[in-house]
Write a protein that binds this ligand. Structure first.
Ligand SMILES: [Zn+2]
Ligand SMILES: [Zn+2]
Length: 337
């Protein structure tokens, strides 16, 4: 039946997610469904309430922690092909975005479709690198899909953070970073740069950092801020969720020098709006060059663009004689960057 239909007609972008109607499978659905294939644990991709949730073991652990997802959880380790209803096979491949993040390769009727979820191509000590994998259709994210977005090397940003700390011994450096992924990557990169002091954590960060440690990611000495005398925090690095940067909580800290780690720190207005003294351009998403390089390397017959600035990447594909379309999906609010 499928062989009679148009190419790739078995997979369909719908407003609430990517749908495989004949098997009733959904990828990163924005509402509860029977069977969800989940790329990673960020809130705009992973939701509770599905009958069955297929994800990597780390993503399932994250979903258990954040959304109490337990019933119907089905692990899909990287590289193992699992057979699903409707003669659909799924293989989860590293996406290099956060712990557990995966691209999902879907195979049906001799056709191969990859849904990237969120991804990046830069090295990240907290997760395995993006696996370039051939396919017919690449469904790519485009969060930073504009040529102005070119992320600097993370080593430069970490050096700025360490220099600010060294120059301000009576203050603490307070870094706003998302609790899943960004916080642990910043900590791991500080360790890779040789920073061995304890790193202090806002309470909202602790459990996720412990989960990373449970999956073998060494984050060094971590301490909760709660209960630590103000004077002890002078000259220290404190990590908190971005929402805590400007709230009452930060008054317990000694003259905090506020920083924020996000790809959006490239946009000066955003840094100003958050009253960030030290913007750090650190992103867990592909920048413009990574997006276009990935399309070239994967070299799919078609590229479907979603989740961000679709127009510029669509135009780039057209200029490079690549068949492409922009998908308009709802519900992706970019939790992570
Ligand atoms: Zn994400
Ligand atoms: Zn996302």
């Amino acid at each position: 039946m499928c062989r009679m239909s148009a190419p790739f007609s078995w997979i369909r972008p719908e407003p609430h997610g990517i749908h495989i109607p004949h098997a009733d499978l959904w990828i990163d659905p924005a509402r509860p469904v029977g069977t969800a294939l989940v790329t990673h644990g960020h809130a705009d991709h992973a939701r509770g309430g599905h009958g069955r949730t297929v994800a990597t073991p780390a993503t399932l652990a994250i979903m258990k922690l954040r959304y109490a997802t337990e019933a119907g959880a089905e692990p899909a380790p990287y590289g193992e092909t699992i057979q699903l209803p409707g003669a659909v096979a799924a293989t989860y491949l590293p996406a290099g975005h956060v712990l557990g993040s995966a691209q999902i390769l879907l195979e049906h009727a001799g056709e191969r479709v990859i849904v990237t979820g969120d991804y990046k191509r830069r090295p990240d000590p907290t997760c395995p690198p993006f696996a370039v994998t051939p396919c017919d259709v690449l469904i790519t994210e485009a969060t930073f899909g504009l040529p102005v977005f070119r992320h600097p090397p993370i080593g430069e940003e970490i050096a700025k953070l360490l220099a600010a700390r060294a120059a301000n011994p009576a203050r603490c450096v307070l870094v706003g970073a998302y609790a899943l992924g960004k916080a642990q990557r910043v900590i791991a990169e500080l360790r890779a740069a040789g920073y061995a002091e304890p790193i202090y954590l806002h309470g909202a960060m602790e459990r996720m950092c412990r989960l990373y440690e449970d999956f073998g990611i060494d984050l060094g000495k971590l301490r909760p801020v709660a209960g630590v005398p103000k004077a002890e925090l002078e000259g220290q690095i404190v990590i908190c969720p971005p929402s805590a940067l400007a709230d009452r909580w930060s008054r317990r800290l000694p003259d905090p020098l506020t920083s924020m780690a996000s790809g959006w720190m490239r946009v000066r207005a955003r840094a100003r709006q958050r009253q960030v003294e030290l913007p750090l351009i650190i992103s867990d998403h592909a920048d413009w060059d990574e997006l276009t390089r990935t399309i070239e390397e994967v070299n799919p017959a078609e590229t479907w663009i979603t989740h961000g600035r679709e127009e510029a990447l669509l135009r780039w594909c057209q200029l490079h004689q690549r068949k492409a379309r922009a998908l308009a999906l709802v519900g992706y609010e970019d939790e992570d960057d």
